[in-house]
Each structure stands twice: as structure tokens, then as C-alpha cells.
Write a protein that binds this ligand. Structure first.
Ligand SMILES: Cc1ncc(C[n+]2csc(CCOP(=O)(O)OP(=O)(O)O)c2C)c(N)n1
Ligand SMILES: [Mg+2]
Length: 901
């Protein structure tokens, strides 16, 4: 177990010596020998020797000695820092101005009421970390460079807007529109590509989303390079994350992948301001030490930036380690309190812990002690860390930067428990801020929170312009379209359109054939990205392993067990499949990276992410929400869908609600096709939208594992398939017999078709049968028509597609699906006449399909009984007939509601 954030370690098992030295002379000899090696042969040789000594000691039975932690000091020693380039004073002033405008924007938005909200404290802790990146490191996309990808901390957006204002990208009016997004002019609260599509690239504010998606983004960049799809080598992914945010499972859950795949194009900067919303992140420990061990253990290069330059002389004088010991002994709760007080307090409570250390600061005034700065606020230290991170190869880098939450906010929040949510500052705090950061503002300008922009010819503005010009222009900036292959013709899926004849297949198999056809397509094939979370064999996709290979940055270092077979498990440096292993959160992150490649790499890629439908929205809903916000283009395939179709797996596997969950994603079209040709039509249309129309189209399609025969596509069905319903069989027109309208989707359509036959044979009732491919799309259409009609009273009224289709038909309507009743109920208000829905409400369970369909009351017999019951209610038949049917089909009328058992 690593020495995770331990503050003291007198057990001889950490990085510190035991309190009692058995033989001081011997100790000194060893230490002097080490010093001699360092000075004559350098630190690398010392490390080499020590590694051997440790290995020998462990063999001799000492147990584990090494720790993943280093002392609570900066990783880069002061004497190894590169000189700071350029004019440090100009950069400081520029940064101060950005700080001020960020504050002004939030304060102004909350002047009259605090309804709009906003955050001050987070950006104030980050300003140096961002500005050094903007001024020296981050490339915008240009002819020379593909552009770095920066994930900004969501609630620091005021800092980005403040800089964009100075760069002339935003006006004061726009800043005044912070968080007023409804008219389309204002600035979005947080980074949302959906709301500011030419500015923000990555939605990050739901904590944990930024970390995991940035890892998979970096991984996808390596994939693009390996496959020759884009030159991503010089490009970096930077992610700024909160220390509190690191508690999210999504934040830490994939750091192993980054280490394992040597993602040296990834740099994380964890803003360790020691606080989250309610209080300290690790009041009783040290978040930096804890994270250091975790990341080092996961194979990352760790750079700690804890102390600012003003500490350098004190640390240089600390030959006995007494100061470092005090630093180790204090916990984060102490460090937070120190920065909310003053120099005298720090002298007493920090330095006063050891008389030797106290003595060493006796020459310093309280004010000088107060000015001892933290690493994350020191531009030299930050510059050195970024330089080292960018140069580092073979590993991802995490920079753990210690900062102060609410830096500069003084009495209005600096280091205070309440600082996270502070959106106002007192007049005194604003004036003090002006003085501290030497802003050329009058008292009145400060009181009015006026924005400040220095003259265009000032050194600050010149530096701003020149540094960004050198790095390729402003950022963040988001590309909205990219040229690439066109969608294939529907003919490509000829075998799906023709049906399967006698052969019984599942829609999953139909999908695998569609995917194979796409992968073989000369233009589009290379752009397809199959993504699977360890479920290929479930879906019968293992043939693709050999066909296109599984991406692995190192190829295949072993002979696969099945190498003698045709379809062996083939890992390949140039592999096309992203076989993610068992991580739905990781897989969806890859989906987002691939589906936004048109924007980030100017190369359209089409991800097909196929997974167990139950482990989709239910499991990673927030990442799917972020995929929508990110304007991801691609297809999500919910395999083994349905509560009775995947029958043997039981309660935690059988999905009866993913369509309902997906219906909440505004830009996601969801479909539940029953036949191969429906699937082909839907996918071809999706490709047309994504590739030809450059629409940010995003699809959810359910697939089933039940085998049956698929008919050929009926003439003229395309429009209905895409809009959500079409006729698959029709009762003879001009009949006197009772008629019903039967709706079915997915595999339950087969039950509905069988019900139509029973109705005719057993009860002399005729039926029109409709395949409903999307209740969600039908609902959207209905809502649009309804809204138009309400707002245009004098104009020709529109008819919902459902009404238009069913309105010309006779009889009540009955729908049955493998989903909750709420799915077909989505269209209720547009169904003319009586409407009965059947569905799988309740927990799933394992049994034969027929048993489950009877249990949930969605099988052919229930469809018949429902249809007869509706006809009886209309007076078209006698109620006795319903009772006869119940008896004939042996239906247990006293069975409990499936929702209760
Ligand atoms: C998933 C999620 N949970 C909760 C929140 C609400 N929230 C926003 S910021 C924040 C505190 C963040 O603390 P930290 O990550 O340390 O960032 P800091 O502002 O300190 O840099 C919380 C709880 C959120 N945005 N997302
Ligand atoms: Mg924090």
C-alpha cells in the first residue's frame, strides 16, 4: 500500500527516517557516500545505485521500502528551473487585468440580484496556471500546428471570457450577457459547445467528465496518428481539474489506461486549492501527497508545484530538514486556515511548530511572511513545470499545483470556507484587490466594477497579441465542420433490403453485416470506429478482430491462443477496433473523442459504439448528456435490448427503459427497429446527415438477439421508417368486420403480427399492423405540430404524423413493445380514438421468452385481448367475447401486477 498522503512517517516505511538512530556514525557515512555519488556522477547514477541497494535489501527480507511519495516540496529543484522568458512584470500586469475583468463580470451580473450566479474564487486560484499556458504553451489550430486541446475547469469560465475580451473576441456587451443565454447573444454559464459552438470545445462542468474524456481524447489522438488518419504527434491534451473533483470515480477510474498506454500527449493540471464547495478536500490529510502516490502508482510522471520562489531561500537553508518536517506535519485544513489569516498567525502556527524553524524567519516581518507564496501562483514555478511536462516522454504528466481558493478576494473569500459560491465582493475587498494587483482604476470605477482594457499600444496588449500570434491565434476555438467521405448509397446494404428469406437472424447480426459493409467501403471504411466494452462475442462481432484488428499501441507481443483460427484475437498497432475492456464510461469517452474528430482533427470519423443496452444511459447517462453537448456525431447501439428479448439474464440486465432515458437527450434520435432493412435505412440516413449535411447527428438504436425471418423492404417505406411508423400489413379496405390498429416495435412487432393472425382466425377481427421504429421521434413531431398550431391560430393547422397515419384508419389502437408503457404512451395525445398500451413495467427476471412475455402481458394473446377489450368499449363487439378470449388463452386474471413482484 502506498504511503498515501501520510503526514508523518516514523515507522521507517515512508520517505522519512525513523525517530531513533541506532548508529549515527554509520548513518552519516552512508549519507555522505550518497552525496559523493551525486556530486561526482550525478543524480541518475545515484538513483541507479539506490535501486540496486533497495532490490538487495528487499531480497534480504526488509519488506517493501520504497514509497510512491516524495517530500512535501516541489519536484523541480529551484536550481533546475529554466529562466523565465520575456518580461515577468508585463505578464503579471496582464494577468492582474484578466483577474479583474473576470471578477467584474460576475459582480456585475449579480449587482441587482444573485439569480444568475457565477463563480469568482476558482478562477482566482487558477489565473497563473491558465495565463502561463496561454502566453507560452498552448497552440491554437493553424497551418503549422493542429492545435492543443485544453479542457478548462468548468466554473472558471469567467477567466476565459475575461481573456477573450482583452483579445478582442468578446465585447463588453457580451460580458454583460454572462449567463443570459436565451437570446443567443450572451455567454454560456460554463463550457458548452451546444451553446457556443465556435468557442467551447469540451463540456467539463459536471465534475469527472473532463478528466475521463480528456484521457480518452489523448488516447484517440494516438489512435488517429497510428492509423494515419491525422498528424497528431506534436499536439497535447491539457486538462485542468479541481482537487475536489478528483473524488469522482470518473476522474481517477481511467488513470491506469493513461499510464499503461504511455499517453505522453496528456497533461493534467490539478488545481490543488485544497477546497471544494463545502470545505477542505482533505482537511485531515494532504491531497497533493495522496494524489502523488495514486498517479505515480498508475505510471504517471508527477510534478508537484507546492511552494513559490519566495520559499527558495528558506528551503535552501533547511539542511536538517526541520522546515520540510513542519511542512509535512501540517495538514490541508491548517494550510487553508493560514491563508485566511495573516503573517503573524502563520509565524506562530506554522513556523512556531519548531523553534529552529521559527528562528530562521526571525529576520522577516509579518508582511514578508505573508508574502511567502504558493507554487501555483508563481509564474516561474508554473513555467518550469509546464516546460518539463511538455518535454516529458513515455508517460502522461500530472502537475499538482498548490494554490489558494479565492486568491486576492481578501475578506470576501480568500481561503474561506464560503469562498466557492461567493459571487459578490464588498467594496472594501474590491478596493483592496485593486491595490494589491496595482490596477489603474479609480475608486469609482472599482465601485462600478467597470471592465478595464489597457490601450492597444500598451506593453500588456502588445505582449498579448504577439504571444498568441506566435502560438497560432486565440483559443479556445471550435471547428464546426470538416470535409471527408460522403455517405454511401442505400444500395450498399442490399442484403438487408432484400430480406433473409427462410433464414432466421437477429437485428444484431443485421447490424454486424451493415458495419462490415461500411468497413469495406473504399471511401468511408477507414473513417469507421467500432467501439466495444468487452462484448464483441456477445454480439457476434469477433470476425472483425481479424478483419480490421484491435488497436494496441504496441501491437501484439504474444502469440494469441487462437492464432491458428481464421478469426483470431488480433491486436495491432494499426488496428481499427477500440476494444475498451469493461468500462462503459471509458467507451463512451472514446465515442465522444471519435464523434468529435470532425471538430478536433478536421477529419470526420464515425463511431459505432455497441454495448449492452442496460449498461448505457442507466450507467453513464451524464457522459451521454456530455456527448450531446459536445455535438458528437455517431451511433450508439444498445445491444441485447428489451425486457423479455434478452431473457435469461434477469433483473440487472434486462432493459425496458433505455428508450425513455434517451428520449430526454434533445439532439439524439432513437430507434427500435424490428427488421434489417429498417436498420439499414436508419443508419444510411444518419450517415447522410453526419457526412453530407454536416449535421451534428447522434443516434441511439436498439438491437436484439432474437432470431427470426426478415422480410424485404416494402415499397415506399423509407419515409415512415425514419419518421417513426409505417404499415407492414393491411386489412382489406371496404370490410364490414371490426378493424383494429396494432402497433409494435422491435421484436415485439412479431408478437403483434401473430396477434393480427389470431384476431382474424379466432375472432373474425381484422387489423392493420404498424411497425413503430421510434415513438420518440413521433412524439417530437407531434409536439412540433401542436406548438405550431397554438402559435398560428389563423393559419392552416398542421397534423401530427401519428394522426395523419392513423386518422384515415378504422378502429381502436393497441401498442405493444418490450419497453415500459411510458414509451408507447409518448404519442397518446395524437392517437385518434381509443389507445391501449402494453409494456414491460417492472423489474426484469430470467425465464423463457414466452413466459416473460406472458408475465409482462405483452405477448400475442394479450395483444388480442387488449384489442377485443377496446372494441368492446367502443361497442363494436360484445364484452362476452373478451371473456371468451381470456378463457381461450388461459390468461390468469388474478396474476399480480408485474411492478409489484
Ligand atoms: C458531478 C458534479 N457534482 C457536483 C457539482 C457541483 N460543484 C460544482 S463545483 C464544486 C466544487 C468543486 O471543487 P473543486 O473540484 O476542488 O474545484 P475548485 O473550484 O476548488 O477549483 C461542486 C461540488 C458539479 N458541478 N458536478
Ligand atoms: Mg478545489
Amino acid at each position: 500500500m502506498a504511503d498515501r498522503g501520510k503526514t508523518t512517517s516514523s515507522d521507517g516505511n515512508g520517505s522519512h527516517p525513523p525517530e531513533v538512530d541506532l548508529d549515527a556514525v554509520e548513518t552519516t557515512e552512508w549519507l555522505e557516500a550518497l552525496d559523493a555519488v551525486v556530486s561526482s556522477d550525478g543524480p541518475d547514477r545515484a538513483r541507479d545505485l539506490l535501486t540496486r541497494v533497495l532490490a538487495r535489501a528487499q531480497r534480504a527480507g526488509t519488506g517493501p521500502i520504497a514509497t510512491l511519495n516524495t517530500d512535501y516540496v516541489n519536484t523541480i529543484p529551484a536550481d533546475q528551473e529554466p529562466p523565465f522568458p520575456g518580461d515577468a512584470a508585463v505578464e503579471r500586469r496582464l494577468r492582474s487585468i484578466v483577474r479583474w475583468n473576470a471578477i467584474a463580470m460576475v459582480v456585475r451580473a449579480n449587482k441587482t440580484s444573485s439569480e444568475l450566479g457565477g463563480h469568482i474564487a476558482t478562477f482566482q486560484s487558477l489565473a497563473t496556471l491558465y495565463e502561463i499556458g496561454f502566453n507560452h504553451f498552448w497552440h491554437a489550430p493553424s497551418d503549422e500546428h493542429g492545435g492543443d486541446l485544453v479542457y478548462f475547469q468548468g466554473h472558471s469560465s469567467p477567466g476565459n471570457y475575461a481573456r477573450a475580451y482583452l483579445e478582442g473576441r468578446l465585447t463588453e456587451r457580451q460580458l454583460d450577457g454572462f449567463r443570459q443565454e436565451v437570446d443567443g447573444e450572451g455567454l454560456s454559464s460554463y463550457p458548452h459547445p451546444w451553446l457556443m459552438p465556435d468557442f467551447w470545445q469540451f463540456p467539463t462542468v459536471s465534475l469527472g467528465i473532463g478528466p475521463i474524456t480528456s484521457i480518452y481524447q489523448a488516447r484517440f489522438m494516438k489512435y488517429m496518428q497510428a492509423r494515419g488518419m491525422a498528424d497528431t504527434d506534436p499536439r497535447k491534451v491539457w486538462a485542468f481539474l479541481g482537487d475536489g473533483e478528483m473524488d469522482e470515480p470518473e476522474s481517477m477510474g481511467s488513470i491506469g489506461l493513461a499510464g499503461r498506454e504511455h499517453l505522453d500527449n496528456l497533461i493534467w493540471v490539478v488545481n490543488c486549492n485544497l477546497q471544494r464547495l463545502d470545505g477542505p478536500v482533505r482537511g485531515n490529510g494532504k491531497i497533493i501527497q495522496e494524489l502523488e502516490a495514486d498517479f505515480r502508482g498508475a505510471g504517471w510522471n508527477v510534478i508537484k508545484v507546492i511552494w513559490g520562489s519566495r520559499w527558495d531561500p528558506l528551503l535552501a537553508a533547511d539542511v536538517d530538514g526541520a522546515l520540510v518536517k513542519v511542512m509535512e506535519d501540517c495538514v490541508d485544513g491548517d494550510y487553508q486556515t493560514f491563508k485566511s489569516r495573516d503573517g503573524a498567525y502563520v509565524r506562530e502556527k506554522f513556523f512556531g511548530r519548531d523553534p529552529r524553524v521559527l528562528e530562521r524567519v526571525s529576520h522577516m516581518s509579518d508582511d514578508e511572511i505573508w508574502l511567502l507564496n504558493r507554487g501555483g501562483h508563481d509564474q516561474n514555478k508554473v513555467y518550469a513545470a509546464y516546460g518539463a511536462a511538455v518535454e516529458h516522454t513515455g508517460q502522461p504528466t500530472v502537475i499538482l499545483a498548490k494554490t489558494i481558493k479565492g486568491y486576492g478576494m481578501g475578506v470576501s473569500g480568500e481561503g474561506q470556507m464560503i469562498t466557492h459560491q461567493a459571487k459578490k465582493m464588498t467594496e472594501a475587498a474590491l478596493l483592496a484587490f485593486r491595490d494589491r494587483f496595482e490596477l489603474p482604476l479609480s475608486d469609482e470605477q472599482v465601485r462600478d466594477a467597470e471592465y478595464y482594457k489597457p490601450p492597444e499600444d500598451s506593453p500588456e496588449m502588445q505582449f498579448l497579441r504577439e504571444s498568441r500570434a506566435e502560438l497560432g491565434g486565440s483559443m479556445p476555438v471550435r471547428r464546426q465542420r470538416a470535409e471527408g467521405p460522403k455517405a454511401p448509397d442505400l444500395k450498399l446494404f442490399k442484403s438487408q433490403l432484400e430480406g433473409t428469406g427462410e433464414r432466421e437472424v437477429s437485428t444484431t447480426m443485421a447490424f454486424v453485416r451493415v458495419l462490415s459493409a461500411l468497413l469495406r467501403d473504399k471511401q468511408l471504411g477507414r473513417h469507421v470506429v467500432p467501439i466495444v466494452p468487452d462484448e464483441s462475442r456477445t454480439f457476434g462481432m469477433e470476425g472483425l478482430f481479424r478483419q480490421v484488428g484491435i488497436y494496441s499501441p504496441v501491437g501484439q507481443l504474444y502469440q494469441p491462443q487462437d492464432s491458428e483460427q481464421l478469426m483470431f484475437y488480433k491486436e495491432d498497432e494499426h488496428g481499427q477496433i477500440l476494444e475498451e475492456g469493461i468500462t462503459e464510461a471509458g467507451s463512451i469517452s472514446s465515442f465522444v473523442a471519435a464523434g468529435t474528430a470532425y471538430s478536433t482533427h478536421a477529419v470526420p470519423m464515425v463511431p459505432f459504439y455497441i454495448y449492452y443496452s442496460m449498461f448505457g444511459y442507466q450507467r453513464v447517462g451524464d457522459l451521454i448528456w456530455a456527448a450531446g453537448d459536445s455535438r458528437t456525431r455517431g451511433f450508439m447501439l444498445g445491444g441485447t435490448a428489451g425486457r423479455t428479448t434478452l431473457n435469461g439474464e434477469g433483473l440487472q440486465h434486462e432493459d425496458g427503459h433505455s428508450h425513455l432515458l434517451f428520449s430526454v437527450v434533445p439532439n439524439c434520435r432513437s430507434y427500435d427497429p424490428a427488421f434489417g432493412y429498417e436498420l439499414a435505412v436508419i443508419i444510411q440516413e444518419g450517415l447522410r446527415r453526419m457526412l453530407d449535411e454536416q449535421e451534428d447527428a447522434f443516434y441511439y438504436i436498439t438491437l436484439m438477439n432474437e432470431n427470426y425471418q426478415h422480410p424485404a423492404m416494402p415499397e415506399g417505406a423509407r419515409e415512415g421508417i425514419l419518421r417513426g411508423m409505417y404499415l407492414v400489413s393491411e386489412a382489406p379496405k371496404r370490410t364490414k368486420k371490426p378493424v383494429v390498429q396494432l402497433l409494435g416495435s422491435g421484436t415485439i412487432l412479431l408478437e403483434v403480427m401473430a396477434a393480427a393472425e389470431l384476431l382474424a382466425e379466432d375472432w373474425d377481427v381484422l387489423a392493420d399492423v404498424w411497425s413503430v421504429t421510434s415513438f420518440t421521434e413521433l412524439r417530437r413531431d407531434g409536439i412540433e405540430a401542436e406548438r405550431f398550431n397554438m402559435l398560428h391560430p389563423g393559419e392552416k393547422q398542421r397534423e401530427a404524423y401519428v394522426t395523419a397515419q392513423l386518422g384515415k384508419r378504422r378502429g381502436p389502437v393497441v401498442a405493444s413493445t418490450d419497453y415500459l408503457r411510458a414509451v408507447p404512451d409518448q404519442i397518446r395525445q395524437w392517437v385518434p380514438g381509443r389507445y391501449r398500451s402494453l409494456g414491460t413495467d417492472g423489474y426484469g427476471r430470467s425465464d423463457f421468452r414466452a413466459a416473460l412475455r406472458r408475465f409482462f402481458e405483452v405477448d400475442r394473446h394479450y395483444v388480442v385481448v387488449a384489442a377485443l377489450s377496446e372494441l368492446a368499449a367502443e361497442g363494436a363487439i360484445d364484452a362476452k367475447v373478451v371473456a371468451e378470449a381470456i378463457a381461450k388463452y388461459d390468461i390468469d386474471v388474478e396474476a399480480p401486477m408485474p411492478t409489484t413482484v
